[in-house]
Structures are given as C-alpha cells and as structure tokens.
Design a protein around this ligand. Structure first.
Ligand SMILES: Nc1ncnc2c1ncn2[C@@H]1O[C@H](COP(=O)(O)OP(=O)(O)OP(=O)(O)O)[C@@H](O)[C@H]1O
Ligand SMILES: [Mg+2]
Length: 489
C-alpha cells in the first residue's frame, strides 16, 4: 500500500490521531481480489495480515479517527466520530485513491461507552455486502478483507472480534458538515475549509467559489438520489439511514442491519431497533431527502438558502428518472429518451405507474422480488402466458397489467437476445440474510469460512446462472424468512 495523507495533513482539527490495537490470532476470513486491485494490491500475505489486523505498523500510514455528528432516528447527536473505525490514509491506486479504514480497530476518543470493536458476524456481513453491491453496480464503499480473531468481545453474549478493512473514496459524511455547523458553532471558516477540501479532492471539476458551491450541492443531491434509486431497484434496505451514515459522495455506507428483500414488501423493516419503521424499505427515498435537508441546513452559513433549495428540488426528479431507467432495463421496456424535458417527465411518470403496478402485484401475492424479476426476464414477450401468472393470487389483475406491459415493450426482434439482456439486469443471486447467516454460523461453530468464500465467489457474478449454485437463489427456508437484525454489532 502506498499512502498519501491529504485529509490528515490538510484538515488538522478534524480528527484525532489514534493507534489501533491489534487483535489476537488474526486470520483472513475473506479477501477481495477486486477491491485489492483498486489500491494496487495483489494477493494477501502475512505482512498485510499483521498490518491490517493492527499487529504491525503499515508503512506510510497515519492512524486517525475523524470527528462528525449526525441526526440519528430524527434526533441530533452533537458528537459522534469514528468510535471504532481507524483510518490509515489514502492508498493510491491505478484509478485514484481510497481511504483504508480498519473498522473494529479498537477504541478512539469517540468511542463513548463502546469498546471500539466489531463482532465477527457484523464484520462478515459488511465484507460480503460491500462487494455484492459493487457487483450489482450499486455505488458503495468497498471491503478489502475481513479478519477474524480470538479476541473476546461482549454484546448480548460473548463473541469474537473481527476487523473489516473498508475502502472508501471518502469517509466524509453529511454528519461532518453538521458537526462543524452546530457543534463547533461560530466556526464557518472550518465549514468552508471542509467544503473546499471536499471539492478539491472529490469534485475537481468545480471551483471553490459561490458558483462551485452551488453546483457541488446539486451534485451531492443527485448522487444521493441515484444511490437510493439503485437501492429501490435492487431491493436493498439499508436499515440505519442516519446522517452520519450518509456519504457525501453518494456511496452506500455503513452496513448494519441491512437486508435484500426476499418477499416484496414496501413496509419491510430490517432493523430490530426501528420500531416505527422510519427506515422501512419504502421510506428510503423520503428519508434521503430528509437527510439532504439536514445537510442543507448545516450549509446555510456558507451557501445561500435559495441555492440549497433549488438543488433540493432536483432530488425527486433525479431519483424517479434513475429508478425508472433501472427498472426499464430490468423489465425490458427499452429506453425512453426524449429531448423535451416535459415529455420526458410524462414518459417517466407513465412508466413509473406500470412499474408500481407490478410491485403491488408482487406485494399482494407475497412474491419474491429478485426471483420474480428474473422470471419476468425469461418470458417470450409475444406469448399471452407469462410464467409469473401462475404465481399470482389475483390472476385477472395480473392479466390486465400484463397486457399493458406487452404493449409497452412492443415488438422484440430477437427474443433470446432480449432475454439475455434481461439477465444482465436481474440478478439471479443476492445476499439474502439467511445465506449470510449460514456462513456466519459455520465460522462461529466450526471455524469454517468455506461458505463465506463460496458466497463471495457467487456474488461477484450475480447475473450468471452458475447452475451448481441453484439452491442459493432460493427463497429463504422458514427459519430465515424476514430475518431482522439487531443493531448491536
Ligand atoms: N463498539 C463500538 N465501540 C465504539 N464506538 C462504537 C461502537 N459501535 C458503534 N460505535 C459508534 O457509534 C456511532 C454510531 O454507530 P454506527 O453503527 O452508525 O457506525 P459504525 O457501524 O460503528 O461505523 P461506520 O459508520 O464508520 O461504518 C459511531 O460514532 C460509531 O463509531
Ligand atoms: Mg455509522
């Protein structure tokens, strides 16, 4: 790893220097070759194991924890900060730099009551899902590795500690801006410094002046909207959309009780602590905007309100247009692109209606989201009979929807090509909670990570048939239906 230290060198006062504490008997549980390439690494080796388990210093690293705050479940917490994630610096790769962070690397000045650790089950889940989302082209932080250990940690019972090695283009969150607005009140110079740094590092096409700031916020709004459109299209529930878990670059960030939908359900809540369903699957688009509004408020000392509001107004159309485009590719509507903005919005609206009717049909018949889409992509569109019809409870509702759908798809020149294209947009395999759970249980009970490795392999090619893995595309068994994860991690 070759590091630069721009955040560390340029943003004194935005972090605390801290040394990670090694974990005993470290062992690789997982390693991502794809993530390794991003920072110019090849295969894992023992030196890297020692460095990434914090048992040896990594040459060129500056260990630090960033300070931020955030709105958690709607309420403002004035000071959070990296309580268990320690950043080594920005590792230089062939196509840019990536922060390397040891999540679970030990206590920091921001640990509050916590032990600075992550338990194996949560570290494994973060590792698997980061790489799974990347393979589905969902904007996300990455995971280079997950490292297990013998170090005991206490949650509801005794477990063992692990470290996820996270790669992020940036660790700057909405909560960084909130911290320097509210918690260090009277420090707009710091807010400006943070914004100028963010622009210079991650938005180099923009200038650090009023026009640049205005455009920057438009881009933040739109990348957030696009990320959430991806979540809705792929059926991903994040679970803890607090503003301290929202990346300024619109990358999916911090994986706690997340889930991919099995049965389609707008009201699905994956987080055991989310009693009111604030972060239910269908709420995510609205929460994204709520969070952006909290960010906008924190920016009012340095960006005019009118500019912030104008940018926020682009959220909904961006999200809808991205979502509709992703769903068009899944359902095979063909692109509807139009020069005239109003006509485009009208087309998007009509398609959105057809898509929503489809998801309502799935919901009413309690059907599996990913598998139903995969099935839809295999129909012969000219045929009056869709295999999904047999799964529907209300067949006549499906029939009338299917007629409208056929009309919208229109003539397909080559059905086989059309079906192959659909398969490139409808994953056969997603990281269902029960699959992650089975991999975790094997590690916990037998120290056996082979299921984890198998899942990782599988999920790097989620669109391919991989017939010997058919079982892993199935809906969960009874014990794994609608698994709800606790926040303790
Ligand atoms: N075991 C722990 N020890 C110390 N601090 C913790 C621990 N678990 C969570 N925290 C802190 O509590 C806050 C909220 O936790 P949250 O679960 O959102 O983040 P996280 O998963 O720890 O990390 P990140 O957001 O970096 O992915 C953060 O400040 C986090 O650092
Ligand atoms: Mg977090």
């Amino acid at each position: 790893m070759r590091f630069k230290q721009d955040f560390f060198e340029q943003l004194d006062g935005f972090y605390s220097q801290v040394y990670p504490q090694g974990i005993q008997n470290p062992q690789w549980l997982g390693w991502s070759d794809d993530a390794a390439k991003l920072i110019g690494l090849g295969k894992p080796n023992n030196d890297l194991l020692m460095q990434l388990s914090a048992n040896a210093a990594a040459p060129g690293a500056s260990y630090y924890a960033q300070v931020y705050s955030g709105h958690q479940f709607g309420g403002y917490t004035p000071r959070l900060g990296d309580g268990r994630s320690i950043i080594l610096g920005e590792a230089i790769g062939p196509n840019g730099a990536w922060d390397v962070a040891l999540k679970g690397g030990g206590p920091t000045p921001y640990s509050r009551q916590g032990d600075g650790r992550a338990v194996m089950r949560s570290a494994v889940r973060e590792f698997l899902v980061s790489e799974a989302l990347a393979a589905l082209s969902v904007p996300t932080t990455r995971a280079l590795a997950v490292i297990g250990s013998d170090l005991p940690v206490w949650r509801e019972s005794q477990e063992t500690a692990a470290i996820t090695v996270r790669l992020a283009k940036s660790h700057i969150r909405f909560g960084h801006f909130e911290y320097f607005c509210y918690s260090e009140r009277g420090a707009p110079d710091k807010l400006t410094q943070l914004l100028n740094f963010t622009i210079a590092q991650h938005f180099p096409h923009l200038t650090a002046d009023a026009a640049g700031y205005k455009q920057w916020f438009v881009e933040v709004v739109q990348s957030t909207a696009k990320m959430i459109a991806h979540w809705q299209a792929v059926g991903f529930a994040h679970g803890v959309m607090n503003t301290d878990n929202m990346s300024i670059l619109g990358d999916t960030f911090d994986f706690g009780p997340f889930a991919f939908l099995d049965t389609f359900n707008e009201s699905f809540i994956c987080n055991h602590s989310d009693h009111e369903g604030r972060y239910a699957f269908g709420q995510q688009p609205g929460v994204g905007l709520w969070n952006l509004k909290r960010l906008a408020q924190a920016l009012t000392p340095i960006i005019p309100s009118d500019d912030l509001i104008a940018a926020l107004n682009t959220y909904q159309p961006s999200l809808v247009s991205e979502y509709v485009n992703l769903m068009r590719a899944k359902l095979g509507f063909g692109a509807a692109s139009c020069q005239d903005r109003e006509t485009q919005a009208e087309l998007d609206k009509q398609d959105l209606q057809l898509i929503s009717q489809f998801t309502v049909l799935l919901e009413n018949s309690q059907l599996d989201y990913s598998n139903s889409l995969r099935k839809m992509g295999q129909i012969d569109i000219s045929s009056q009979h869709s295999p999904l019809r047999d799964d529907m409870l209300n067949v006549s509702e499906f029939d009338s929807w299917y007629q409208a759908y056929q009309a919208r798809v229109g003539n397909v020149a080559d059905v086989t090509v059309w079906q192959q294209q659909r398969n490139q947009h409808n994953p056969k395999y997603v990281l269902r909670n029960y699959l992650a759970q089975e991999a975790i249980i094997d590690i916990e009970e037998k120290g056996d990570n082979s299921k984890l490795l198998q899942l990782q392999q599988l999920l790097t090619r989620p669109f391919d048939e991989q017939p010997q893995m058919n079982d892993l595309a199935k809906r969960p068994p009874d014990w794994g239906q609608g698994l709800i994860m606790s926040c303790s991690s």
